[in-house]
Design a protein around this ligand. Structure first.
Ligand code: ATP
Ligand code: MG
Length: 394
């Protein structure tokens, strides 16, 4: 029965020029989400509102589910829109609306009319009163409550007339594309897809980089990361995933540096390379799934040593999260099942039994000197292996 959706968004902090950018990015992301839905739609921006109009038959549940993936949407209101054919006609439509939408009429309500078109022959007050009494006459179980109604019946008089009373919560946040772009270090684990989701939620477009180490890591592990990028792209829009062959660097570090420092030195090179790719692709920050204390390479000391190689800001949205909290988000956004597939995400054979937990930057740097001879060349070679996969949901 619904013919359109009114999209609500929080406007706090979006004024002037930014507001325009915000709305444009939001409309763009809504269109991206609708592409995967059965049916044809038109997204329009009028008078500071965004509407999705159905131009054909559509699947209501599917459409709502997909609109719920659009960051920046605070509420989704299914609407019926009708031509203005006089008040009698409107009253009839409102009564039919109430009848269809609310099976159980045992409820309080209030009519909230808004007259955006001032040439309508009644004012908002009169519309409220008259529609309210028509509804009461038709459904005597219903009662008016002007302060805390169970149901707020919105009637907006514009070029057409819009009727709605339901608001389905959206994901909140800001539309992707309204806040620059950052490079996500995406592994096959639970954490990094969640980290990408959280930063995308703040309006940041996401590129991603995955370091693989064939033959120590398998093609299935790589496919898993591509699948995760695709799951993130459901919310974040298309993700350009850079796949970098890291094997030679890893072997070289293994050969030249103390084994208990392998992970931390490796992490430093991952960050360095990620930063290079970020800069080449206009990314203004890096994103990781690190959380304080989760593993040896994520103690405060280790994070400080890893961070030292970067000049771009590193966003670590999970920094204060417990594992359980991260798992909760990953289940909610649908990445968990893929993340826990058992394919190795980094070559476990290289991982030391007792990795350093309190690395000292000077010591690490001294040991990295052992790499001087070939590391620049190997980093360049790794960058040359860059294979870009565009991960998208549709
Ligand atoms: P995740 O669950 O995201 O894999 P983790 O708990 O396994 O994280 P680490 O392996 O220490 O933690 O990695 C910390 C962060 O470094 C990851 O969240 C990710 O952002 C990045 N990272 C780790 N391995 C890779 C990789 N092979 N390719 C790209 N990024 C990686
Ligand atoms: Mg990992």
């Amino acid at each position: 029965m619904f013919t359109a959706f009114l999209i609500k968004y929080a406007e706090i902090g979006v004024k002037g020029k930014n507001k325009h950018l915000f709305e444009e990015a939001l409309a763009q992301q809504i269109k991206y989400a609708l592409k995967r839905c059965e049916g044809e739609f038109k997204v329009s921006r009028t008078e500071g509102r965004i509407y999705v109009h159905a131009l054909s038959e559509f699947d209501y549940d599917e459409t709502v589910d997909n609109l719920k993936t659009v960051f920046g949407v605070s509420g989704i209101c299914p609407v019926i829109d009708v031509k203005d054919e006089g008040f009698e006609d409107l009253a009839q439509t409102v009564i039919e609306y109430v009848d269809k939408v609310y099976e159980n009429k045992n409820m309080t309500f209030k009519v909230n009319a808004r007259r955006a078109r001032k040439n309508y022959p009644m004012n908002s007050m009169e519309i409220n009163m008259e529609l309210g009494s028509r509804v009461l006459d038709t459904f005597p179980e219903m009662k008016v409550d002007v302060h805390h109604p169970d149901v707020m019946l919105h009637v907006e008089i514009r070029e057409k007339i819009y009727i709605y009373s339901i608001e389905i919560p959206g994901p909140g946040g800001m539309p992707v594309g309204s806040n620059g772009k950052a490079m996500l270090l995406l592994s096959g684990g639970i954490d990094s897809p969640v980290a990408g989701y959280m930063i995308a939620k703040r309006g940041v477009k996401i590129d991603a980089v995955y370091f693989h180490a064939p033959p120590y890591t398998s093609d299935r592990a790589k496919q898993k990361v591509i699948d995760l990028a695709r799951l993130v792209s459901r919310y974040a829009g298309p993700v350009y995933l850079h796949i970098i062959n890291f094997t030679d660097i890893q072997l070289y570090i293994y050969e030249k540096c103390p084994h208990e420092e392998l992970t931390i030195i490796m992490r430093r090179y991952m960050m360095k390379i990620a930063e290079k790719i970020a800069e080449e692709n206009a990314c203004l920050g890096l994103i990781t799934g690190e959380s304080i204390g989760q593993v040896a390479s994520q103690t405060v000391q280790s994070l400080a040593v890893t961070n030292e190689v970067c000049s771009l800001p590193v966003f670590r949205p999970l920094i204060g999260f417990d594992k359980m909290e991260i798992v909760e988000v990953s289940e909610k956004i649908g990445t968990f099942e893929t993340s826990i597939l058992p394919y190795e995400d980094c070559c476990t054979i290289f991982v030391a039994k007792h990795p350093v937990t309190k690395p000292n930057l000077n010591v690490i740097k001294r040991h990295e000197k052992n790499l001087e001879e070939r590391i620049d060349e190997l980093v360049q070679q790794a960058l040359d292996t860059d294979e870009v996969v565009i991960a998208k949901w549709v």
